[in-house]
Design a protein around this ligand. Structure first.
Ligand SMILES: Cc1cc2nc3c(=O)[nH]c(=O)nc-3n(C[C@H](O)[C@H](O)[C@H](O)COP(=O)(O)OP(=O)(O)OC[C@H]3O[C@@H](n4cnc5c(N)ncnc54)[C@H](O)[C@@H]3O)c2cc1C
Length: 406
């Protein structure tokens, strides 16, 4: 049995864990990343490609702010310090108006609050931008593209010591550090712990109260047709299609709640393909084009924003709350005590390529006690502390509140 030590122990080697490892190692911290699977990027971060497309909106919102800043942040990593790894396929991308919101936005002339430039194209211009016939107008985002998440994860882990096949099973706080127990029997002593174990994070006692939902997703690899092989830009509809690379397109992604099946299924493959055929009939992609499918799970939160930041000691707060009469303003009575030096970056949903890298930067600034500066608002909106008031309400008060709102 080994006893290891480091400044920061990170749980999970997906995009969230790798992003935190990168930001901490860059600041000179010694970092150990423990990954339960036999290799890095095996779960949600293991798809062949993922798209990097900003959230298009003409209104400011927390959602828009996080994903605009996240898009710029991830892109600056991929075109800056990590550019030599050729992770970003900078093809540009078009978004077709698949929802009433996008259709309204496309018809209006208001400015789009996206980072970098976005143009409105008619169908002829859309065909020109993508290299294939598409009979729909679109938004064109020249700075969009797609990346290999496993390659992104691998390059962000280069400054950390990665332990594969090592499940973290227990965390105990002693006076000055965390004692971390691994399933192998080894232990790690760490000043800080960062939990980035996606929907499995609540298996750890300190995060068992954290509400997270796994959402099944399926992607499909397709052989190109004689027309689709000319596609040279990412196309987003109510799915996405990448240009063919090594003889196959990636078509994504199915989205289903309350479904924990691990294996791909034919109905989901044909549903994603039908969406592609509806929006891109000219490409002649058919069921015969299907090469393979992959299933993995997004991790979603109640308000669709990730949890990034310090972890509150919810168990202590709930125990204290039990002593008060119903109707007491518990938030006013009980402060939010923080677990010492434990942070989470989880719940990155469908846009982890945009939110994980900026999330890692926020965690590293908090640990290094650097000013959050331009990230202050995003850090506040994504902090796990936003859950405290919601969880402190007793179940019957929460239900009464929900009923009043509906
Ligand atoms: C089908 C699909 C398509 C997607 N497409 C896109 C896209 O196009 N663009 C985009 O931006 N995002 C996309 N996403 C979302 C993106 O992939 C995720 O947001 C991102 O990968 C989440 O990374 P993560 O590190 O939080 O989770 P994961 O990659 O799941 O990593 C969590 C890791 O923690 C490990 N772990 C769990 N428990 C323990 C433990 N106790 N000890 C040690 N290790 C542990 C797991 O083995 C796992 O490797 C997609 C997601 C899905 C499912």
């Amino acid at each position: 049995m080994k006893n290891l030590s480091c400044d920061a122990l990170i749980i999970g080697a997906g995009l969230a864990g790798a992003s935190s490892a990168y930001a901490l190692a860059r600041r000179g911290a010694t970092v150990i990343v423990c990954e339960a699977a036999g290799d890095v990027a095996q779960r949600a971060s293991g798809n062949r490609f993922g798209l990097m497309m900003p959230y298009l909106s003409d209104r400011p919102s927390t959602f828009e702010h996080l994903y605009s800043a996240g898009f710029s942040f991830s892109r600056s990593l991929l075109t800056g310090p990590l550019s030599s790894r050729n992770i970003l396929r900078a093809t540009g991308g078009v978004q077709l108006p698949t929802t009433p919101r996008l259709a309204r936005l496309l018809e209006s002339s208001t400015a789009i609050r996206a980072p970098l430039s976005v143009a409105r194209l008619d169908a002829v211009q859309t065909a020109d931008a993508t290299g294939v016939p598409i009979s729909s107008p679109s938004f064109h985002v020249p700075s969009a593209g797609y990346v290999s998440p496993p390659l992104f994860v691998g390059s962000m882990l280069s400054g950390a010591s990665v332990r594969l096949g090592e499940r973290v099973i227990d965390l105990r706080r002693s006076q000055s550090h965390w004692a971390v127990r691994l399933a192998s029997g080894d232990t790690v002593q760490a000043s800080y712990v960062v939990v980035s174990a996606a929907y499995e994070s609540p298996c750890l006692t300190q995060l068992q109260w954290l509400p997270l939902e796994p959402i099944r997703g399926q992607t499909v690899s397709l052989s190109p047709s004689r027309i689709s092989e000319k596609l040279r830009a990412l196309v987003c509809f109510d799915g996405y299609l990448t240009p063919a690379e090594d003889g196959s397109h990636l078509l994504g992604a199915h989205y289903r709640h309350n479904d924990l099946r691990q294996l791909p299924c034919k109905e989901d493959t044909s549903e994603i393909l039908q969406r592609c055929q509806r929006w891109l009939p000219e490409l002649h992609l058919s069921p015969q084009s299907v090469q393979s499918s992959r299933v993995c799970f997004r991790t979603s939160t109640f308000d669709r924003l990730p949890y990034i930041g310090p972890v509150p000691d919810m168990t202590a707060m709930l125990a204290e709350a039990a002593a008060y009469q119903p109707g007491t303003d518990l938030l006013a009575k009980i402060g939010a005590p923080l677990e010492h030096d434990i942070f989470a970056t989880v719940g990155h949903g469908s846009r982890g390529l945009l939110s994980c890298p900026i999330g890692g930067e926020i965690i590293a600034r908090l640990i290094a006690k650097e000013p959050l500066a331009e990230l202050e608002e995003i850090a506040a909106a994504c902090s796990p502390l936003r859950l405290v008031g919601r969880i402190l309400k007793r179940p019957q008060e929460r239900e009464a509140g929900d009923a009043r709102r509906t």
